[in-house]
Design a protein around this ligand. Structure first.
Ligand code: SAH
Length: 224
């Protein structure tokens, strides 16, 4: 069957559709972001049995009550980080490792913190299967940041917090960008913070719904 589509071809085609109809059509213009999302095989970052849903326009469960974000939200957050090839990036909430893989395509170095051992292990495995070796997954409470790699040009929090953890603001470089969902536990405001002359400016990018950030400067486990 010369014209049979392999599974890999099918995923590639679905990924192109995802970029055109979910992401570009909604206003994402940064060609580097679009190229990264066209390249990274998202189906390698979802649990077994959910691969066929990997390119759908929604978040998916990744175990432990956590989720891999909707592709469009990954694109919005990534575009707003304004990454350069030499950027140093910190992610809080590695989850599946998918967002970290996209960041690794666009930046110089990526550290991603995950509080759950099981997910950190899975993120490492997923990244290895996708051939990505430049992400460092660290187990711990990301609300405290990761001082050994500071300052960071960009920080992305992929879990919801009542406010922006101060240690992360402190670890942001001058001119750096931080993106985070801030607000109540169910749904939040996606906030962009820029540090200029030692001061912070914040703008809102719209409404989102993320799982909670649990830690010293986020929600306490007992609040949930
Ligand atoms: N970025 C991920 C999705 C993240 S889901 C992806 O691309 O798949 C949110 C993740 O944040 C979960 O894995 C959760 O365990 C983690 N998390 C919650 N609080 C955290 C904290 N204080 N530090 C690090 N990770 C945290």
């Amino acid at each position: 069957m010369a014209d049979a589509m392999t599974e890999t071809d099918r995923f590639t085609k679905e990924r192109e559709g995802m970029v055109e109809f979910q992401i570009r059509s909604r206003g994402i213009r940064d060609e580097r972001v679009l190229a990264a999302m066209r390249k990274i095989p998202r189906h390698l970052f979802v649990p077994k049995g959910l691969e066929r849903a990997a390119y759908e326009d929604r978040p998916l469960p990744i175990g432990e009550g956590q989720t891999i974000s909707q592709p469009y939200i990954v694109a919005v957050m990534t575009e707003n980080l304004e990454l350069q090839p030499e950027s140093r990036v910190l992610e809080i909430g590695a989850g599946s490792g998918y967002q970290a893989a996209i960041l690794a395509e666009l930046a110089g170095s990526v550290v991603s913190i995950e509080r759950l051992d099981s997910l950190a292990g899975r993120a490492r495995g997923n990244l290895a299967r996708a051939g990505i070796t430049s992400v460092r997954i660290v187990i711990g409470d990301g609300t405290e940041g990761y001082p050994p790699g500071a300052p960071y040009d960009a920080i992305i929090i992929t879990a919801a917090s009542p406010s922006i953890p101060q240690p992360l603001i402190d670890q942001l470089a001058e001119g750096g960008r931080l993106i985070a969902p801030i607000g109540p536990k169910d749904c939040q405001d996606l906030v962009k913070l820029v540090k200029r002359d030692g001061r912070v400016e914040t703008t809102s990018l719209g409404g989102v719904c993320f799982v909670p950030l649990i830690g010293e400067f986020g929600w306490s486990g007992e609040d949930l």
